[in-house]
Ligand binder design. Sequence first.
Ligand SMILES: Nc1ncnc2c1ncn2[C@@H]1O[C@H](COP(=O)(O)OP(=O)(O)O)[C@@H](O)[C@H]1O
Ligand SMILES: [Mg+2]
Length: 351
Amino acid sequence: MNAFKFGTIVGGEFFTDRKRELETIKYKLDSENHIILISPRRYGKSSLVKQCLTETKKNFLWLDLQNVLSASDLATQLLKKLLKTFTYERLKYELSHFRIVPTFSTNAMTNDWQVSFNLSADSAVILEDVMQLMQKMATDKQHLVVVFDEFQEIRKIDRNLDRQLRSIMQHQQHINYIFMGSQESMMHEIFEQKKSPFYHFGSLMKLDKIPYDDFYSFIFGRLPAVRLKEDIVRNILSFTHCHPYYTQQLASQVWEKIVYEKMQENVVEKAISEVVQTHDLDYERLWNNFNRTDRSILRQLAQDENPMQDYSVAPSTTFSSLKRLSQNGIVVKTTAYELEDPFFKQWIKQQ
Ligand SMILES: Nc1ncnc2c1ncn2[C@@H]1O[C@H](COP(=O)(O)OP(=O)(O)O)[C@@H](O)[C@H]1O
Ligand SMILES: [Mg+2]
């Protein structure tokens, strides 16, 4: 089995570092605090939180707001998760006291619950009842952790949903909310702006890439013995700049070349060009959807140039293009703007 894993939540032996972050989160979950966790996509937010919940054996509900369509859908999905975590038997009595009683059915094969509310039901009432049920499942001894992934989507779901949620949450106890988000600027608007209902609602944590030395020993330890192994690991990390997802992706490809193809020379170079090749069609499609300003900016970023120093374009034009590209996740801003995907960067260079 490949020693590296990407594209899903990783835990156990595929999980490295994050010792300090794990401790901080555990510590906060033992108090009445809420956590706001921000990083670009694929830095490892979900993996970190999942690892923490597994290690502490907490009761939790996990909801990705990208898949929520409306306020009543939010309530319905939360209720389904409650049924999964606590079973119908345990909730039955409370459910019979809902102001609007949902209908239930269960799939005997998968043990999944289907829940639905009358379409004309008041979503505010439904949400309140479900959140009160959540409260009843949380005790001083056994907190309930509620994870909202991609929380910045809250604003797209329903105009007053943030206000409504906040007004319920502020009266709750023994529930720790974890708000995760990969759109940094929107997350800041939600949690750092005075007029926002969620202003300073929890402690804000920013997740960084994985530190070089730690990632180095993780990869080194998991690759089989080969000549010039130090160089191989160093080349992987210099290409991915320690980005958690892309590092595991490249390491996984390198592992295959070494183990299955018994390759020893230029392994990293070969692996990179294979990954780029695999995504050629996606990259081409992506590229064709950009306008000329975007393309020119992407080309500069691929060459490690700063587009803001291209004086042939009005700074405001460049800036709004960079902003749009950041919102799409194509570009990330760390100390400078850079391309998010090192393989896409390589593809652009090759064109
Ligand atoms: N602590 C970690 N150790 C090793 N690899 C990690 C770690 N965290 C994340 N990764 C890699 O990054 C990928 C994306 O992680 P994920 O938790 O889904 O990120 P996010 O939730 O921020 O989008 C994982 O599939 C894995 O390859
Ligand atoms: Mg995630």
